[in-house]
Design a binder for this molecule. Structure first.
Ligand SMILES: [Fe+2]
Length: 297
């Protein structure tokens, strides 16, 4: 029904917007496009809207903005959502400086989806900090991972890229191996948020920046099995896990059904499959520190 093409930005509520804004500016290297007491909107150095912070009682991800094809008719999508899925949606305007309007509705765990057709770049500028290329993916935990997966397939047009056994699904909406992930747990919450970096040397620079800011790397550098991305993970001031990654598997042609061959693939060609947990977590690299797993059950 809906054919999502890409992720735009994600919106997070935070009890301390100043502290988080300082982190996303000084450490992650985004720059504020808009700022007031209750809201901050950040773009990458390339002017791409990436993250919105809003004042809230608890730290949580409340919305993800997903881009659909420019010729999508929001009215027709709203009717389809209502008639086929009994989902109520609403048109909202002034989403961000770069997105004039969106069709908004909730997924099964209550995250609001903001569907938009076009965006306008903000100012481009050199930033300090890590300075990622884009928001890459968002991972959530949920109590019914099969239901969540089916919703993203049936309603939003995502495809399953890989399963880690039967409890962790990785889903794509474009060439990137995954844009959303869902892991089974006792409650629905953010699992981690991930930003794409340019290459290996950019990961090295990020490690140095995290060290300079006394933010421990909780897992990595290493290469995952699923998705084969080079990764590092740390926690932001709201205690949320943030991943910086590069070298994620790409599927440029859906009809071929396999990822671009890479030297580190064991399957030739590498196709979507169900992975064993140990193989899925690491191609190589250290095991995660215990603090990586805190709050994920
Ligand atoms: Fe990730």
């Amino acid at each position: 029904m809906i054919d999502v093409k890409a992720i735009g930005h994600a919106t997070f509520e935070t009890p301390d917007i100043g502290r988080m804004a300082d982190y996303y500016t000084g450490v992650l290297g985004l720059h504020p496009e808009y700022r007031d007491e209750a809201r901050a909107i950040f773009v990458t150095g390339l002017g791409r809207e990436t993250l919105v912070l809003e004042k809230g009682d608890v730290a949580r991800c409340t919305r993800i903005a997903l881009q659909v094809a420019p010729n999508t008719d929001p009215g027709a999508v709203a009717r389809d959502l209502s008639e086929r899925e009994s989902i109520r949606s609403e048109r909202r305007s002034g989403i961000t400086p770069g997105i004039t309007d969106a069709l908004v509705f909730k997924d099964p765990i209550g995250t609001e989806i903001e569907l938009f057709t076009a965006w306008k770049a903000g100012d481009t500028r050199q930033t300090g900090g890590i300075s990622p290329l884009k928001l890459g993916h968002i991972a959530f935990t949920c109590t019914d991972v099969k239901l969540q997966c089916a919703f993203y397939e049936r309603v939003l047009g995502f495809r399953v890229s890989d399963w880690m056994e039967d409890f962790f699904v990785f889903m794509r909406c474009g060439p990137d191996h995954h844009t959303v992930n869902f892991a089974a747990a006792k409650a629905a919450r953010l699992h981690h948020v991930a930003f794409e970096l340019k290459d290996w040397s950019h990961i090295g620079e990020a490690c140095d920046l995290l060290g300079q800011n006394n933010l421990p790397i909780l897992w990595g550098p290493g290469r995952h099995g699923i998705g084969h991305n080079i990764f590092i993970y740390h926690r932001n001031p709201d205690d949320q896990i943030v991943e910086c990654y590069t070298s994620l598997d790409q599927m440029p042609d859906e009809s071929l059904g396999y990822y671009e061959p890479r030297p580190w693939h064991k399957d030739k060609p590498q196709r979507p499959k169900v992975w064993k947990r140990a193989d899925a977590a690491l191609s190589w690299g250290p095991q995660a520190w215990p603090d990586y797993f805190r709050g994920k059950d």
